[in-house]
Design a binder for this molecule. Structure first.
Ligand code: BGC
Length: 745
């Protein structure tokens, strides 16, 4: 072909190209903000209104005319929720939506391992992506203020620094799939009782030092693409559209460009929601389409009432445009991101991840005389007792309830691991909650047992007496008033007469191991009568395998408590000084609310324990191993010089036992002399190191001035007062092994 013909063809093709030019908003090579502006400029007022509220229980409509995709959300935060009907909470009955159930977030936090958080986020994000979801409604990171909170199991414990280090990689892992994390519930949603009317009364210093750091890290370091507002109130306004939380702090001080999604049904008013920083309204308690005149979703506060308000001049379109921009950004980052990976579901990698995170999260609380790991040369007959050994736990507990592809119970895992080496005998011991159904998903188990408590106890004691080692596997479950949404626990005590049973078992056989399955702390009046105790959490699909490998020593336990294990509510600042669950009051709009003064202020968890010199059952950061670790002397320069922006602290740690193991070395900071009241010490760094027997590693930490600062509410900034700082290095918050000091200028 000669040159002339070629150039004619070229000209014709370029003409066609011009004809078919991709609009900017669909062109992924264009900058995100240009695409957003272009899309916005093409939308009608009605389309803008449509895009900011739900069209079904879990989706928003996008802009069909322009090919702007729908947004599909899913719970979160421990597995991808099964599909529900368009406008019902009931199951849609799909057969392809069974997920891998990952360990509870408390278990993840107990790994104290940011790599595990990244693996968790990546894996759950892949499942969400495979199911074509744009937003994963998690992680939950509300601070563990009271052991009674029904949703502690969905969160990451009591310490703002630990939460911050774990939430960032979780968010990054999820979002590497082009799926947005939706960090919840911003903020101060620290109890389930009265969750729609709780009005925490919290001063600024407490807010900034305790309740905000996790969210700030998620927004500014993790670059979370969405946040969910809580149901609760704060300073008289609902959290989901609280001008202080959303406008001033999240979008103002943190300069965040993501999307604020309401909790489901958390909006109560158009005007305040419009101005209070909410971007998208989700969830309704209506029965939807059958109830509404045409479309129930038109009745949303962010639907017709907002549209009419704009048309009659009550609201400006500027506020609406800001919300639409944020929703478009979310859409382009997720559903309309052509480069996002395809995801996967139930893969071997996910199963392996669930198991690994579970094994690293289990906490060995106590192990007198090295009763564990199980040694089948000595322990030829293993008694397993307790309902939680056979009960599936991934169904129940509220919105985090799952339809798992499978869930291996502790007893199944123990049989798999030890069945060839030892005899395993099971006794129920007590009957707790034999049901197993949530929103139409059933575990398929029938745990009905009509024997009397006396018969069950007698059988358990006999089985215990005849065994070489006894594993009592009990704790809480996901029934109301246990680890469950929408209700708090009524007491710290174990339910169903387990305390009495454990005492009886300890008399029947001294080789007793208690495996406590729960997502929060329970009272342990029998703690001195039981030689070995494990905190087993809810570990999802791989529960049985993860627990069995820790019991066998295939996995050397390395979990540490992400919260204080209180002996009683008297040791909890929220109960001792604060008001829980608060008192009735009438807000400015005449509504009844529950005022809840957080009188304990910054003294949450170990900060309260330290201040009052209390002895909890187990301290924050505690967790044993089947090996032992020795700490050498911590060292640091004597001066943190004015011109320097960081100072290094070093501590050698040695594995002094005969097994490979991991230790989380914790660094706490104490301001020796301060002009304001400060905690005795605060966690500011930690590092998990793996050591072979006899091996020593120098563990190094870098501290900046932020790590030495407190929040000065009057100046509204973090302040480091020059002077002496003591650095306490420990294996837990109460087991300080080495100290060093420096003067900060
Ligand atoms: C919960 C949220 C959840 C949402 C959707 C609400 O009741 O508080 O955490 O994501 O429901 O299921």
């Amino acid at each position: 072909m000669n040159k002339k013909i070629l150039s004619i063809i070229g000209f014709m093709l370029s003409g066609l190209g011009a004809f078919a030019t991709t609009p900017v908003y669909l062109d992924e090579s264009q900058p995100l903000e240009d695409r957003v502006e272009d899309a916005l400029s093409r939308m009608t007022l009605r389309e803008k209104i449509n895009i900011i509220h739900a069209q079904s229980k879990f989706s928003a409509p996008g802009v069909p005319r322009l090919g702007i995709a729908e947004i599909w959300c899913t719970d979160g935060p421990m597995g991808v929720r099964p599909e529900v009907l368009w406008d019902e909470w009931e199951q849609a009955g799909w057969t392809n939506d069974s997920c891998t159930a990952f360990p509870s977030l408390t278990a993840l936090a107990a790994t104290w391992n940011p790599d595990m958080a990244l693996l968790y986020g990546k894996s759950i994000g892949e499942e969400a992506r495979f199911r074509n979801k744009s937003v994963l409604l998690g992680p939950g990171i509300n601070v563990y203020r009271t052991p009674l909170n029904g949703r502690n199991f969905e969160y990451m414990g009591e310490d703002p620094y630990l939460i911050s280090r774990m939430v960032v990689p979780y968010v990054q892992g999820v979002q590497s799939n082009g799926v947005a994390a939706c960090v919840k519930h911003f903020a101060l949603n620290n109890n389930e009782i009265n969750r729609h009317t709780s009005n925490p009364i919290v001063d600024d210093r407490t807010l900034y030092e305790i309740y905000l750091p996790g969210f700030k890290a998620a927004a500014t370091e993790g670059d979370a693409w969405s946040f969910m507002g809580g149901y609760n109130l704060f300073r008289g306004e609902h959290a989901s559209y609280n001008p202080i939380l959303m406008n001033q702090i999240l979008k103002g001080e943190w300069d965040w460009d993501g999307t604020v999604i309401s909790d489901w049904g958390a909006v109560h008013d158009t005007k305040t929601a419009v101005t209070g920083g909410l971007d998208m309204e989700f969830g309704s308690w209506t029965d939807g389409l059958s109830n509404g005149a045409s479309n129930a979703y038109d009745n949303y506060f962010f639907a017709n009432p907002y549209l009419e308000g704009i048309q009659n001049g009550t609201y400006s379109e500027d506020e609406l445009n800001d919300k639409v921009r944020r929703v478009l950004r979310l859409t382009f980052r997720t559903a309309m991101n052509k480069n996002r990976p395809y995801g996967s579901m139930g893969s071997d990698e996910h199963i392996q991840a669930a198991r690994q995170i579970g094994e690293e999260g289990v906490v060995l609380l106590k192990n007198d005389n090295n009763l564990l790991p199980i040694d089948t040369n000595k322990h030829k007959k293993i008694a397993v007792i307790g309902e939680n050994a056979i009960k599936k736990m991934t169904v129940g507990g509220g919105s985090s309830s799952l339809k798992a592809r499978y869930e291996l119970t502790p007893l199944e895992g123990i049989k798999n691991r030890f069945g060839n080496e030892a005899e395993i005998v099971y006794a129920r011991g007590y009957v707790g909650d034999p049901s197993g159904e949530y929103n139409g998903v059933s575990t398929g188990q029938d745990l009905t047992d009509n024997r009397s408590p006396e018969e069950l106890t007698a059988e358990a004691i006999q089985v215990a007496k005849d065994a070489d080692i006894v594993l009592f596997i009990g704790g809480l479950n996901k029934s109301n008033h246990q680890d469950a949404e929408d209700s708090d626990r009524e007491t710290m005590a174990l339910p169903y007469g387990q305390d009495e049973l454990i005492m009886e078992l300890s008399k029947a056989n001294p080789n007793l191991v208690v495996v406590n399955i729960s997502g929060t702390g329970v009272a342990m009046p029998w703690v001195n009568s039981v030689p070995s105790i494990l905190q087993g959490w809810y570990l999802g699909s791989e529960t049985g395998n993860a627990l069995a490998s820790v019991l066998a020593g295939d996995a050397n336990p390395s979990g540490k408590l992400p919260y204080t294990y209180y002996a009683s509510l008297d040791q909890v600042g929220a109960h001792k000084l604060g008001e829980y669950p608060g008192h009735k009051s009438i807000d400015a709009l005449g509504n009844e609310v529950m005022d809840m003064p957080y009188n304990e202020g910054i003294y949450v968890g170990y900060r309260f324990i330290d201040k009052n010199k209390l002895k909890p059952t187990f301290p924050f950061g505690h967790g044993l191993s089947y090996t032992t670790f020795a700490y050498g002397d911590a060292t640091s320069p004597k001066i943190f010089a004015k011109g320097d922006d960081k100072i290094e602290v070093l501590v050698p740690v040695t594995n002094t036992g005969d097994r490979k193991g991991k230790e989380t070395v914790q660094l706490y900071v104490r301001d020796v002399k301060s002009s304001v009241d400060r905690p005795v010490k605060e966690l500011k760094r930690f590092k998990k190191v793996e050591l072979n027997p006899g091996e020593t590693k120098d563990v190094s930490f870098e501290l900046d001035r932020d790590a030495l600062s407190y929040f000065d509410a009057d100046k509204h900034e973090w302040v480091m007062e020059p002077g002496e700082f003591e650095i306490l290095i420990g294996s837990s918050s109460s087991d300080i092994r080495s100290k060093t000091k420096f003067k900060a200028e």
